[in-house]
Ligand binder design. Structure first.
Ligand SMILES: N[C@@H](CCC(=O)N[C@@H](CS)C(=O)NCC(=O)O)C(=O)O
Length: 225
C-alpha cells in the first residue's frame, strides 16, 4: 500500500481528489496549504510542485499534480474502488479522460472567473460588474449541457457514481457558494443533494471543515463571497 499525502486548501479543487480518496477508503493524510499566506509559492512547496498549486498528491514521497492525472492514477491504482466505469477499449477510456479534462480545462477556468473575479482585474467594482457577469454567461452554457446530460440518470455516467461526479460536486458548491443562480438546473441540484448524502463526500467535507477552523484560528481564512 503506497503512503499517500494530499496537499489541500479549503474550497479549492483539491476537494475533488479528497472525495475520490474517501470513496476509495484507503488511509491518507491531508496537508493544509495556507494559500492566503502564499505557502504554495514557498521554495519548499515549489520544489515539489513548481506550478504552485493544489492539489498535489505525494505517493511514497513522489509528487503527482493535476486533477486529471491524480484521479486517473487513483483509478488505475485502486481499480476495485471503481472511481471511473470499466471501459471496453481505448476509445471509451480516452472519452473518460476527455470528461475529466472538460472539468479541468473548460469548466474550472470559468469557475475561477465566477468565484474570484478579482484575480483578473484589479478594480474591485469592475471585477464584480464585468468579469463575473461574463463568466456567469459562459457558465450558463456549460450548465445547460451538464443539466441535459444528467436527465438520463442521477450521475454523469448514469447509475454509477464516478470521479467526474466529484468534480461536478466541487464546481457546483463553489459557484453557488458565491451566488451563482442555479435554481433553473433541477438535475444538477438533485445531483448536489444526492452527492451530499454520500458518506465519502461527508468525510471529505469534514476534513475540509477542520482545515477551515485551523485557518480561522490563524486569521488566514478567506471566505467565498
Ligand atoms: N489544472 C490544475 C488547477 C489547479 C489550481 O488551479 N488550483 C488552485 C485552487 S482551485 C490553486 O492552487 N490556486 C492557488 C494559486 O493560484 O495561488 C488541476 O486541475 O489540478
Amino acid at each position: 500500500m503506497p503512503e499517500l499525502k494530499l496537499f489541500v486548501a479549503p474550497n479549492t479543487c483539491a476537494r475533488v481528489p479528497t472525495i475520490a480518496l474517501e470513496e476509495i477508503g484507503v488511509p491518507f493524510e491531508t496537508e493544509l496549504v495556507r494559500t492566503a499566506a502564499k505557502q504554495q509559492n514557498t521554495p519548499e512547496y515549489l520544489k515539489l510542485n513548481p506550478k504552485g498549486k493544489v492539489p498535489m498528491l505525494l505517493i511514497d514521497n513522489e509528487p503527482l499534480t493535476e486533477n486529471v492525472a491524480i484521479l486517473s492514477w487513483l483509478n488505475a491504482a485502486f481499480p476495485d474502488a471503481k472511481l471511473m466505469p470499466k471501459t471496453s477499449g481505448p476509445l471509451e477510456a480516452f472519452r473518460q479522460t476527455a470528461d475529466l479534462s472538460f472539468f479541468s480545462a473548460t469548466v474550472h477556468p470559468i469557475v475561477t472567473r465566477v468565484a474570484m473575479p478579482l484575480k483578473f482585474i484589479e478594480d474591485k467594482a469592475l471585477s464584480f460588474e464585468i468579469v463575473r457577469p461574463v463568466a456567469v454567461d459562459a457558465m450558463n452554457k456549460v450548465m445547460d449541457m451538464i443539466d441535459a446530460r444528467l436527465s438520463d440518470g442521477p450521475w454523469w455516467y448514469g447509475d454509477e457514481w464516478s470521479a467526474v461526479d466529484g468534480y461536478l460536486y466541487w464546481v457546483w458548491g463553489r459557484i453557488t457558494g458565491v451566488g451563482y443562480p442555479g435554481n433553473t438546473y433541477a438535475n444538477i441540484q438533485r445531483h448536489f443533494e444526492l452527492s451530499n448524502k454520500r458518506s465519502a463526500v461527508q468525510r471529505a467535507m469534514e476534513r475540509e471543515a477542520r482545515n477551515v477552523e485551523i485557518l480561522k484560528a490563524e486569521g488566514l481564512y478567506v471566505a467565498p463571497r
